[in-house]
Design a protein. Sequence first.
Length: 132
Amino acid sequence: MREEIKEIVKYRIEQAEDALKDAVLLFNSGGGLRSVINRSYYVMFYATLALIAAKGMGSSKHSNAISIFDKEYVKTGYFSKEMSKLLHKAFNLRVESDYKEFNIISRDETSIILEGAKFFLETIKTFLNPLV
């Protein structure tokens, strides 16, 4: 694998780890649940971009990155359908919480997404090891 690709993968994983730190801090401090959902989704999004970069591919659109994840990693059996469901659920909640008026998100629902983000990132880091 080219050195440039390795650097992109590492960078994307660092972004995911930073977003996770933010999400955990916000959640534990009683911060806004919308922001926790946002940061949790971005944990998964950046981790997905790391996977895509590892294949020598790229995407700047969220829907395209999710589609590539499903096609290249879920349908081929590298990751479970549960991983795809986590990513889709986080994406949908992030969009709803950012753009939908009067959207109420519970602390329990937020906790589930945050735990899912932790699992998603750790699973991808294990898969990408030793690149990260």
